[in-house]
Design a protein around this ligand. Structure first.
Ligand code: HEC
Length: 124
C-alpha cells in the first residue's frame, strides 16, 4: 500500500516539476508585451487595466486570452502552451494587480476548455 502511495506522490511531483509555473511562463512569454504594455497590452501591476479584466472572471478571461484578443496573439504566441500553463500565467498577472486567484484546478480547467471549445465551433 505504501509503495503505491509513494509512486503516486512521485508522479505528482514529476508532473508539477515539468509544468512551468505562472511566473516562469509570464517571464519567458507574456512579459515581452505585458511588462511594458506593448501594443495596448494591459501592463503588469496596472490595477486600473487589470481591475476591469479581473471583474470579467477567471474562466472567460483565461479562455479569451488563450484564443487571442485583437493584438493579443493566441496562447501569447507560444502554440505549445497548455491551458493550465497559460491559465497560471493569467493568475500570476491578475494577482500582481490585486486579485487573489489560484492556479486553475481540474474543475476550473474543464470550464475554461469548454469555453475555448465553444468559441472554436462558433467560428466555423
Ligand atoms: C505579442 C504581445 C503579447 C504577448 C506575448 C502576450 N500578450 Fe496578452 N495581450 C496583448 C495585447 C496587445 C492585449 C490587449 C488586447 C486588447 O484588448 O486589444 C493583451 C491582452 C491580454 C489579456 C486580456 C484579454 C481580454 O479578454 O481582454 C490576457 C488575459 C492576456 N493578454 C494574457 C496573456 C498571457 C497569459 C500571456 C503569456 C502566456 C500573454 N498575454 C502574452 C499582447 C500580448
Amino acid at each position: 500500500m505504501n509503495k503505491i502511495i509513494n509512486i503516486l506522490l512521485l508522479t505528482l511531483i514529476a508532473a508539477s516539476a515539468l509544468a512551468a509555473t505562472g511566473e516562469e511562463t509570464y517571464k519567458t512569454t507574456c512579459a515581452n508585451c505585458h511588462e511594458k504594455g506593448l501594443a495596448g497590452a494591459p501592463q503588469i501591476g496596472d490595477k486600473k487595466a487589470w481591475g476591469k479584466l479581473i471583474k470579467e472572471g477567471q474562466v472567460p478571461l483565461t479562455a479569451d486570452g488563450y484564443k487571442g484578443v485583437r493584438a493579443m496573439p493566441a496562447k501569447g504566441g507560444r502554440p505549445e502552451l497548455t491551458v493550465a500553463e497559460f491559465g497560471s500565467a493569467v493568475v500570476f498577472m491578475a494577482n500582481q494587480a490585486g486579485a487573489n486567484w489560484q492556479d486553475p484546478d481540474e474543475a476550473l480547467l474543464k470550464k475554461i476548455s469548454a469555453r475555448i471549445e465553444k468559441h472554436a465551433q462558433a467560428k466555423k
